[in-house]
Design a protein around this ligand. Structure first.
Ligand SMILES: *Cc1c(COP(=O)(O)O)cnc(C)c1O
Length: 373
């Protein structure tokens, strides 16, 4: 006979999900109401306002896509790509590669601009690619590459896109709430995030925002968006609120309560204070890692505070150490992906997890697992 599932308590120090506070968990346990209930409509408007606040944008087209970060990525690409659209994709890790794969499936002509895994996107290379492809329509990049821990210069990339007549698409799944994200000031045209990284919500929603230029481009499409579910024109008949709301799909009501609450928590702390907390704790972690003789993958100046990739020391068993951390200490850290599998560990300091106590616990546990006491 199956029984109720009671998950263990973990300290989530991997690439996401991060720890969720009791306050946010409690919010998700409030009564489910109808997604067309007038009270829910008012709640949705408030949530939209909070999303505009966290994205630092006035974009009308700002909403949580019902699905994880990958769904937000797919939705933005699907709405802006038509067969034959030319998209330049910066590829310096797993998520850049994911965008190339999606764009190709949608019938785009995708051109990858490659950088080594572990490095930020090379802005000069992107400028050269934009010059070499004057017919490009879109430029896509990952602000915070979670597969490596590299932090790219989103502001310069968005500016270059604009100067070359391209719309800019930014993955800010891991950056939002952890480092500065400035949609309007940088002029980013489409961006998507996730709830389970620095916003510290349960996974399953993807806040997205699109500029007026992007909305106009979608309006001028010659073919319908290839995905009915993700067609922003249809989704906005529910989220837009103008002229009433009509059913498109059932909104994940309780998950949205959690997102709303987590944004209130962030507002209470202040966005700049949260960025500062991530910077400070990254420094504290870097000191601990140096004492444990662990080296960063990403060069200084390109490192994300919230995702720290370190090289495995010579002769250390990757899975055994991660297993010991989990089983003996209740701590999850991330393994390497793709070409970095077995070569690095990914230590997350995202949102709720980003506290001095987390670093202290990891210090003790890693010291024991590596036999350096
Ligand atoms: C986690 C992540 C995603 C995918 O989000 P899911 O919620 O796992 O679908 C996309 N891009 C980046 C940079 C991420 O870190």
């Amino acid at each position: 006979m199956s029984k109720s599932f009671h998950p263990p308590r973990r300290l989530l120090m991997g690439p996401g999900p991060s720890n969720v506070s009791q306050r946010v968990l409690d919010a998700t346990a409030r009564p489910t109401i109808g997604h067309l209930d007038p009270e829910f409509g008012a709640f949705m408007e408030d949530l939209k306002g909070l999303l505009q606040w966290v994205f630092r944008t006035e974009n009308r087209l700002t909403l949580p896509v019902s699905g994880p970060g990958t769904a937000g990525m797919e939705a933005c690409l699907a709405n802006l790509i038509e067969p034959g659209t030319k998209i330049l994709v910066c590829r310096n890790g797993a998520f850049g590669q994911r965008m190339v794969a999606m764009a190709e499936r949608m019938g785009a002509e995708a051109v990858a601009i490659d950088d080594e895994w572990g490095r930020a996107v090379d802005v000069e290379k992107v400028e050269a690619a934009l010059q070499a492809h004057p017919d490009a329509d879109l430029l896509a990049f990952v602000h915070a590459e979670t597969s490596t821990g590299a932090w790219s210069d989103a502001e310069s990339l968005a500016r270059l896109a604009r100067e070359h007549g391209c719309l800019s698409l930014m993955d800010c799944v891991t950056s939002l709430g952890g480092i500065p994200v400035e949609i309007d000031a940088w002029g980013v045209d489409a961006a998507w995030a996730g709830t389970q990284k620095c916003l510290s919500c349960p996974p399953g929603l993807s806040p997205v925002t699109l500029s007026e230029r992007a909305a106009q481009r979608i309006g001028e499409r010659k073919t319908p968006v290839q995905s009915w579910f993700m067609d922003f024109g249809l989704v906005m008949s529910y989220w837009g609120g103008e002229g009433g709301r009509s059913y498109h799909h059932t909104a994940p009501v309780n998950a949205l309560y959690g997102l709303h609450e987590s944004l209130l928590v962030l507002q209470g702390e202040g966005l700049e204070s949260a960025w500062q907390r991530h910077r400070d704790n990254h420094q504290a972690l870097a000191d601990v890692l140096a004492q444990l003789d662990l080296e960063f993958l990403v060069p200084e100046g390109e490192r994300l505070p919230q995702l720290n990739s370190v090289r495995l020391p010579e002769g250390v068993d990757d899975a055994a150490v991660r297993g010991e951390l989990l089983e003996s200490h209740g701590i999850e850290i991330g393994a390497g992906l793709g070409p970095l599998a077995g070569k690095v560990w990914r230590i997350g300091l995202m949102g709720e997890t980003c506290r001095v106590e987390s670093i202290d616990r990891l210090n003790t546990a890693l010291g024991q697992a590596l036999g350096i006491d």
